[in-house]
Write a protein of this length. Structure first.
Length: 136
């Protein structure tokens, strides 16, 4: 137990000295300084959605059971397609694509589709939601 305590004191002293403190310093070695002393500045917080714009002008074309979604975008690297059987749901399809169009075959029924821009783990808000019916 004494060895752990001595090690902890030695590590604390080393961190304090490396951060410019001394034994009489009353500030935390990890607290940011308020002065203009050449330290690295904190990065600005990332806005919600990572600055990604939601896709716009989502349209749907249904031919038999084949559905094609098309939308406009300002250059997102990837899109998440969300399709559900009720507004704002995604219980029928969740998939990703790098294109601004997506075609697939779906069972007859009524659906609601929307698209989101994606970059890494950041997702934008949703596009307009489109309701469509597949009669089969």
């Amino acid at each position: 137990m004494k060895r752990v305590g001595i090690f902890l004191i030695a590590v604390t002293a080393a961190v304090t000295m490396a951060c410019g403190g001394d034994k009489d310093s009353s500030t935390s070695p990890t607290a940011p300084s308020g002065g203009s002393g050449g330290g690295a500045s904190q990065p600005a917080p990332t806005p919600s959605g990572g600055g990604l714009s939601a896709p716009t002008n989502l349209t749907v074309r249904v031919i038999g059971t084949q559905v094609t979604l098309n939308w406009s975008s300002t250059g997102s690297p990837q899109y998440q397609i969300l399709v559900g059987t009720s507004p704002s749901s995604a219980n029928a399809l969740i998939t990703n694509t790098t294109q601004t169009t997506y075609t697939w075959t779906v069972s007859p029924g009524s659906y609601y589709a929307r698209v989101q821009s994606m970059s890494g783990s950041t997702t934008s808000g949703s596009s307009n939601e489109v309701n469509f019916t597949v009669s089969g």
